[in-house]
Design a protein around this ligand. Structure first.
Ligand SMILES: Cc1cc2nc3c(=O)[nH]c(=O)nc-3n(C[C@H](O)[C@H](O)[C@H](O)COP(=O)(O)OP(=O)(O)OC[C@H]3O[C@@H](n4cnc5c(N)ncnc54)[C@H](O)[C@@H]3O)c2cc1C
Length: 329
């Protein structure tokens, strides 16, 4: 029996297994049976259950399944991989299932119990209770910042579940001598490495020169590193509509394109949002080989306000995955 916690900044461990059920409320698992990913496993467990359908669960599930484990992902909501285009997510879920991973949606985990050397995961679904038995349970149900040991109350530093409460300059809203950046800040930025770098620079600059800069989160790319990868930059369709933007959507199954077909990748698609009138790229969503690289071109375009015509006018090295951008806009 083994259990693994892959999200380093997860909720603190609980003392007893009995506490597991309670600590799952809100989507978090906290228990001493869950260990950190830094603890090397001597061998791959035969069966692994991932709690939560975020990018970390999907990435590790793909690795484990390809290495021979029997893998299940249990996700509370109807659509996993929040923050990514739901249509492309649907294709990736299908690809993940075809890989042999049992992806169960609308399945809310409410307890993990240890019986002998085995772990039992108990869930609620609309159809009734569901339970499974496994060698390892991985906590992929979200991360919270590691700020509990900082005694922020003593310094009068206000905080919330996402981190230190900050204003647009990343300055604490309750103690002006304190700034926060990256995963530790409750800022609008996603908990990602490029966001932490960006916010770190902004916070340092504001500390040294006074509040004069706010982070620009426009077009920051994000990737699910599965096979194939799923990448996104800019707005989703629903967000663009909610903002009242007028746009056309270029959406296509790209599995027949040379870049996917030559390596037999059946799950491959693109969706790009182009603003009416201005031609600006509002959002780009790519599922397919080298999406993690191609998305950077769209991130540049979105951040710098480039248009579909600008991207079409670029001479790309051929044949590269980037040269597909011609056909994506
Ligand atoms: C499994 C996993 C996969 C991920 N994959 C991606 C990915 O593919 N792409 C991506 O962009 N992001 C990814 N992330 C998120 C990314 O790692 C974080 O968003 C990023 O590291 C945040 O940077 P940070 O500097 O805010 O925090 P960290 O990188 O966590 O750095 C904080 C540092 O502060 C130290 N520290 C903590 N408390 C104290 C203290 N009291 N005193 C002194 N030092 C302290 C910690 O030890 C740590 O070294 C992933 C995260 C996880 C857990």
């Amino acid at each position: 029996m083994a259990a693994l916690q892959i999200a380093e900044r997860a909720m603190p461990a609980e003392d007893t297994l009995a506490a597991v059920s309670a600590s799952l409320v809100g989507g978090y698992v906290g228990t001493k049976v869950l260990e950190k990913v830094s603890q090397k496993l001597d061998e791959l467990p035969r069966q692994i259950v991932f709690v939560g359908g975020g990018y970390i669960s999907f990435e590790f599930a793909h690795v484990a399944a390809r290495a021979g484990a029997t893998v299940e992902i249990l996700h509370r909501g109807a659509v996993p991989l929040q923050g990514f285009d739901p249509d492309l997510v649907g294709r990736l879920v299908q690809g993940t299932r075809d890989l042999g991973v049992d992806v169960r949606l609308a399945t809310a985990v409410h307890a993990v119990e240890k019986q002998g050397e085995r772990l039992f995961v108990r869930c609620a679904t609309q159809a009734g209770d569901y339970a499974c038995e496994t060698d390892m349970v991985v906590h992929g149900a979200g991360r919270v910042p590691e700020i509990d040991d900082l005694d922020l109350d003593t310094a009068g530093v206000q905080y919330e579940r996402q981190g230190v409460s900050v204003n647009q300059y990343l300055q604490s809203v309750s103690n002006p001598a304190v700034y926060a950046a990256g995963d530790a800040a409750a800022s609008p930025g996603l908990p990602l490495t490029p966001v932490a770098s960006l916010e770190g620079e902004v916070a340092a600059s504001n500390m040294l020169e006074g509040n004069h800069q706010a982070p620009n989160y426009t077009g920051i790319p994000t990737v699910v590193f599965t096979i194939p990868p799923l990448a996104a930059a800019g707005l989703q369709e629903s967000a663009a509509r909610a903002q009242g933007l007028k746009f056309r959507t270029r959406e296509e199954d790209t599995s027949g394109w040379y870049s996917s077909r030559r390596i037999a990748v059946p799950y491959s698609a693109v969706k790009v949002l182009v603003e009416d009138g201005s031609g600006r790229i509002l959002g780009a969503h790519i599922l397919g080989p080298h999406a993690e690289e191609t998305i950077n071109l769209f991130a540049l375009a979105i951040r710098k306000g480039l248009t579909a015509a600008d991207l079409e006018a670029l001479p790309y090295a051929y044949p590269t995955h980037a040269s597909d951008v011609w056909y994506m806009v």
